[in-house]
Design a protein around this ligand. Structure first.
Ligand code: NAD
Ligand code: MLT
Length: 318
């Protein structure tokens, strides 16, 4: 017999597109949108709900989950579930769902924009124009044609980045422990071990989850293995590129520039904030999934997944 979830009241605690509420309500589920709750408010409120939907701002920690006496399901309108304590949710018998494909294209496009902006110093040149300057020499760029892009993490986003940057004439190489070389070859990506990949790359972009194996993947030990003047992009999770090492590599010239959409601390403080201020860094406030299309998609998908669970159709996600 199919499992069906008895779901009556859902709390949406981050700004998720309004179509999420519309879909849930159209299916008889009552919804409250309460963003910017303090931790204390959330701990009190959560017991009134049997479902919860978040983006990345709400930290669904063990104490929040335990305070959710009636909680049966947590939905993430997005990919990464690192703001949800999944082991605790599992122990409490709470289902955790995400919408992993909904923002893939937007995150891939953001990555490609960062790569091309690094090559041509677009934000720096635009800022200097605003200061009334006409500095053509300072912002001499380089072509992407013929350069090598290393992609670490050949999942949904990594593959889309490869496809798009190949159209610029870039050679794409990559590494992923779970994607074999023949699978990578289908996307015109030459698979290689990391020690072979670092010295070949003119640009490196990371598209992995942040897990112990990927924390500091690019760091004090690996930056020296890269070409001098390598460009790096992180549109995945802060910490995959070690920020203190990156700062040193930028200072020494080992790294010529970095495009950063994500930070170890968000909003940035400490080293993350130092990187934001660095003249060779192009920084964005975690905008990879911030497009109208992606936000509509993930909001609709998570609502439909909740409805499917209620109707005993399917359980999807983490
Ligand atoms: P995905 O699961 O499709 O791909 C991740 C890939 O990383 C997998 O193929 C996996 O095998 C690989 N991987 C795991 N460990 C690895 C390791 N040690 N070395 C190399 N590869 C490894 O995920 P995705 O949808 O492509 O998302 C990638 C990342 O981007 C995630 O961290 C996600 O949270 C993040 N993301 C960020 C934004 C944003 O707004 N900036 C938007 C969407 C996704
Ligand atoms: C994600 O993992 O989906 C991203 O962090 C995008 C987001 O929700 O901001």
């Amino acid at each position: 017999m199919a499992f069906s979830l008895d779901l009556k009241r859902v709390l949406i605690s981050d700004s998720v597109d309004s179509c999420c509420k519309t879909v849930l309500e159209a299916n008889g589920i009552s919804v409250d949108l309460k963003t910017k709750l303090t931790k204390e408010e959330l701990l009190t409120e959560i017991s009134n709900y049997d479902g919860m939907i978040v983006r990345s701002a709400t930290k669904v920690t063990a104490d929040v989950i335990k305070a959710g006496k009636n909680l049966k399901i947590i939905g993430r309108a997005g990919t990464g579930v690192d703001n949800i304590d999944i082991p605790t949710a599992s122990l409490q018998g709470i289902i955790v769902m995400n919408t992993p494909g909904g923002n893939t294209m937007s995150a891939a496009e953001q990555t490609c924009v960062l790569i091309s902006s690094l090559a041509r110093h677009i934000p720096q040149a635009a800022a200097s124009m605003r200061e009334g300057k006409w500095d053509r020499k300072k912002y001499m760029g380089s072509e992407l044609l013929g350069k090598t892009l290393a992609i670490v993490g050949l999942g949904r986003i990594g593959r889309e980045v490869a496809h798009r940057m190949q159209s610029y004439g870039m050679t794409t190489i990559g590494y992923d422990p779970l994607v074999p070389a023949h699978e990578a070859a289908k996307f015109d990506i030459e698979w290689m071990e990391l020690d072979k990949l670092w010295p070949k790359a003119d640009y490196i972009t990371v598209h992995t989850p942040l897990i112990p194996q990927t924390r500091g993947l690019l760091g004090d030990k690996t930056f020296p293995l890269c070409k001098k003047g390598v460009y790096v992009v992180n549109c995945a999770r802060g910490g995959i590129i070690d920020e203190a090492s990156l700062l040193k590599a930028l200072e020494s010239g080992q790294c010529a520039g970095a495009g950063l959409d994500v930070f170890e601390t968000e909003p940035p403080t400490g080293v993350s904030a130092d990187l934001v201020q660095h003249p060779k860094v192009i920084a964005c406030p975690h905008l990879g999934a911030s497009t109208v299309e992606a936000q509509t998609r993930v909001a609709k998908e998570i609502a439909e997944q909740f409805v499917d669970a209620v109707q005993g159709k399917s359980l999807f996600g983490v």
